[in-house]
Ligand binder design. Structure first.
Ligand SMILES: Cc1cc2nc3c(=O)[nH]c(=O)nc-3n(C[C@H](O)[C@H](O)[C@H](O)COP(=O)(O)O)c2cc1C
Length: 260
């Protein structure tokens, strides 16, 4: 029996890149070499993909006028500061064309197609991101690409059955932030079945996240918010009206692109 072993050296390098990840939101005014970006997209394609459907498209935005227009439409200051961006799109359009060339019609329900394509796109996008980080580039995912997707579908000339899932702002880092905290691994790791978190563990998580982000001055630096904690962030992003407003846009895109 042949056993295939990955060399420990290479594994160490990959783990280091994953472990050192921090989102970068300030960039030097240097255009990244397009060849690095092309290589990253090739690496993205190595990610596993549901039924080999490869339901994604990546749009490189390196035209400064389009990048500016995009950043304004999705209200992203990080995107505005970046010299380059990639928009990751869930893409069922191309699959539909391929299936029709295989003399069949695409019979997936829109919600199945969208979920499968979102998984494919996310897995590939993080492969791409890790490659860029390994090349010394700084990146930040931009969720407002999805939130305001209805505003950019025409700008990017996206066909039906596609949805921009996220953007990635890319450039050489002009800041050196610390690693950001995560909640305790015990809260997200389960064995054999789901174990309910205790209230105390959840309160600890909020305190821990708030304390570490406060130490960095995170919300002051990136959102110009004083005395703002992770608890406030939970309230404002996942409760209240903020998400409701976003959902109005998203519903429009889902109707437009997937008839959902
Ligand atoms: C899907 C997704 C969307 C995101 N959208 C934004 C965004 O619009 N603006 C931003 O500044 N950061 C955005 N981020 C970055 C997160 O805020 C960041 O990953 C998180 O705070 C953890 O920090 P870290 O990446 O430095 O570890 C996004 C991340 C993901 C995965």
């Amino acid at each position: 029996m042949t056993i295939f072993v990955v060399s420990p050296m290479k594994t160490d390098d990959i783990i280091k890149v994953m472990n050192e990840h921090r989102s970068i939101r300030f960039f030097k005014p240097i255009q990244p070499d397009l060849q690095i970006i092309h290589n990253a997209i090739k690496i993205a394609q190595r990610a596993p993909t549901a039924c080999s459907g490869q339901m994604y498209s990546f749009i490189i935005i390196n035209d400064s006028k389009i990048l500016l227009e995009l950043s304004e439409r999705v209200k992203s200051s990080v995107l505005k500061r970046a010299p380059l961006a990639i928009i990751g799109c869930a893409d069922v359009y191309r699959l539909k064309e391929l299936v029709s060339l295989a003399d069949e019609t695409l019979t997936m329900e829109p919600y199945t197609a969208l979920l499968q394509a979102t998984i494919d796109t996310s897995l590939a996008f993080q492969n791409l991101n890790l490659y860029l980080e390994a090349q010394g580039l700084g990146t930040c995912f931009i969720g407002s690409i999805l939130s305001y997707s209805d505003e950019i579908i025409d700008l990017l000339k996206l066909p039906p059955l596609t949805l921009p899932i996220a953007g990635l702002a890319i450039g050489y880092p002009d800041e050196n932030p610390p690693k950001r905290p995560r909640i305790a691994t015990e809260l997200i790791m389960h064995h054999n079945f789901y174990s309910q978190p205790t209230k105390a563990a959840l309160i600890d998580a909020i305190t821990y996240m708030s304390t570490l982000l406060e130490q960095e001055g995170y919300y002051k630096k990136y959102a110009n918010k004083e005395n703002y904690t992770w608890k406030d962030h939970l309230k404002s992003k996942f409760g209240g009206k903020w998400m409701k407003n976003i959902e109005t846009h998203l519903k429009k895109s889902l109707q437009m692109q997937f008839k959902l």
